[in-house]
Design a protein around this ligand. Structure first.
Ligand code: FAD
Length: 355
C-alpha cells in the first residue's frame, strides 16, 4: 500500500471502469480522497438498472445483460469473480439464452439478481468514494499542479490526479486545457478519433404481477427481424421468484436499425420497436409501462490501437484516459482497463513522491 500525501483523485464516470478503479485505488492508497462524478442521475453507466414508476415490476437492465466468464478471464480476474460471487452480486445463469453465440463449454454465464448496476455499486461502496451524480463534466483544465473539473452546473472540483472513463467520443468533446493537450499530441488524438462504438435502442417493458410470461428461454437473440436483435425476460433471467413483482422484458434493437434511426428520439422510436416485437413474439401482452433508451455509444466496435487498457494523457498533473474503449466491451474488459489504470497511476504517483 502506498502513502499518497492525501492526493485527491477525481474519477469521471460511475460505470464499471470508474467503480473498479475507485475500489483498486482505495486498496492501494488508503489515504487518498476519491471523488467520483457522473452526469447520470444514478450510477452504472452502460451497466444501468432502471425501475418503472407505476407498476410493481422487477427492474430492467437496459444495457449489459449477463456476464460471460471465459477461461482467459478466469485466469486473470478470478479474485474479482470470486468476490462478486461470494458477495451474492453474481449468480449462475440458470436459464437458456437462445442463440447465444459463445457455445464454448468452458465459458460460464452469470447474472446479477439485483440488476447489473449492483456490480458497479459493489465496487463504489467498497471504495468509499465521495460520489456526485448529475454532474456533467464539460471542462478539464490544468491550474498549476491541479486539474480542475468543471460541471455544466458551474461546480468546480480541484484534483491532484484525474481518470476519465466516459466513452472516447465524449472525452473528445471536453473543453479546456484538455483540448489543447490533445491538439499537442496529434498521434494520440488520431488514435482516439479512430475508436468507434455501435449504437442501440433499448426498451424496458413492465407488467402487473398478475401477468404470466411463459417462455422456455430467459433471453433470445433474434435473427431475421429488421429491428429487434435481443429480448430478455428479466425476472426469469435473474431467477427472481417474488410473486409480488410483475415480470419485465428488455428489447435491444439491431445495429443497422439503430444506425438508421440514431437521431430519432428514444421515446418516439418505441412504437416502431413494439410493432416489430409483435412480429417476433405475437403472444406478448401489452405492458403497463414502457421505458425507452438510446445507447449512442453502446459497445466498442474498434478499440484504441493495441488495446492498452489506458492512456496517460498528461503526467504532471496526471490525467489518465480509461474505459472499455481502451480494451473491449464487457465486464472483464472494464476490469482490465481498471487494473492497468491503477498500475499506471501508482507508477506516476511513486515517481512524483521520489522527487
Ligand atoms: P460507461 O458504462 O459508459 O461509464 C461511463 C460513465 O461516464 C457513464 O456513467 C456516463 O454517465 C458518465 N459520463 C459520460 N460523460 C460524462 C461527463 N462528461 N461527465 C460526467 N460523467 C460522464 N457487457 C457485458 O459484460 N455483458 C453484456 O451482456 C453486455 N451487453 C451490453 C448491451 C448493451 C446494449 C450495452 C450498451 C453494453 C453492453 N455490455 C455488456 C458492455 C458493458 O455494458 C460496457 O462494456 C461497460 O458497461 C462499460 O463501462 P465503462 O465504465 O467503461 O463505461
Amino acid at each position: 500500500m502506498m502513502k499518497t500525501a492525501m492526493e485527491r483523485i477525481g474519477i469521471v464516470g460511475a460505470g464499471m471502469t470508474g467503480a473498479t478503479v475507485s475500489s483498486l485505488l482505495r486498496a492501494e492508497c488508503a489515504d487518498s480522497k476519491l471523488l467520483v462524478l457522473d452526469k447520470g442521475r444514478g450510477v452504472g453507466g452502460r451497466m444501468s438498472t432502471s425501475r418503472c414508476v407505476e407498476a410493481k415490476s422487477s427492474s430492467v437492465d437496459l444495457g449489459a445483460q449477463y456476464i460471460s466468464i471465459t477461461e482467459a478471464y478466469r485466469e486473470k480476474h478470478q479474485r474479482f469473480h470470486n468476490e462478486l460471487i461470494s458477495a451474492g452480486v453474481l449468480k449462475n445463469l440458470t436459464c437458456e439464452i437462445e442463440g447465444e453465440r459463445n457455445q464454448d463449454s468452458s465459458v460460464t454465464h452469470h447474472v446479477a439478481p439485483e440488476g447489473v448496476s449492483s456490480i458497479v455499486k459493489h465496487y463504489l461502496n467498497q471504495s468509499g468514494a465521495e460520489l456526485h451524480t448529475s454532474q456533467h463534466v464539460t471542462r478539464v483544465d490544468i491550474k498549476g499542479d491541479k486539474v480542475e473539473l468543471m460541471s455544466d452546473s458551474g461546480v468546480s472540483y480541484q484534483c491532484d490526479s484525474v481518470v476519465l472513463t466516459m466513452p472516447v467520443p465524449q472525452i473528445l468533446q471536453l473543453q479546456g486545457s484538455i483540448a489543447e493537450i490533445l491538439n499537442s499530441k496529434p498521434d494520440v488524438k488520431r488514435n482516439l478519433e479512430d475508436v468507434s462504438y455501435s449504437s442501440r435502442f433499448a426498451a424496458g417493458l413492465f407488467y402487473n404481477p398478475s401477468t404470466n410470461l411463459n417462455y422456455s428461454w430467459a433471453g433470445k437473440y433474434i435473427t431475421g427481424n429488421p429491428c429487434v436483435r435481443f429480448v430478455s425476460i428479466e425476472n426469469k433471467k435473474r431467477n427472481l421468484t417474488d410473486s409480488e413483482l410483475g415480470p419485465s422484458v428488455v428489447v435491444h434493437t439491431s445495429v443497422p436499425f439503430s444506425l438508421e434511426h440514431l437521431e430519432e428520439d428514444k421515446n418516439a422510436i418505441v412504437p416502431t420497436i413494439l410493432q416489430h416485437l409483435r412480429d417476433v413474439l405475437p403472444e406478448l401482452p401489452e405492458p403497463t409501462e414502457i421505458k425507452g433508451h438510446k445507447w449512442r455509444f453502446s459497445q466498442v466496435h474498434k478499440a484504441y490501437v493495441n488495446s492498452p487498457g489506458c492512456v496517460i494523457l498528461n503526467e504532471r498533473p496526471l490525467i489518465i484516459l480509461a474505459g472499455d474503449g481502451f480494451t473491449h466491451s464487457n465486464m472483464d474488459g472494464c476490469i482490465e482497463s481498471a487494473i492497468s489504470t491503477t498500475e499506471a497511476m501508482l507508477k506516476v504517483l511513486a515517481s512524483k513522491s521520489n522527487i
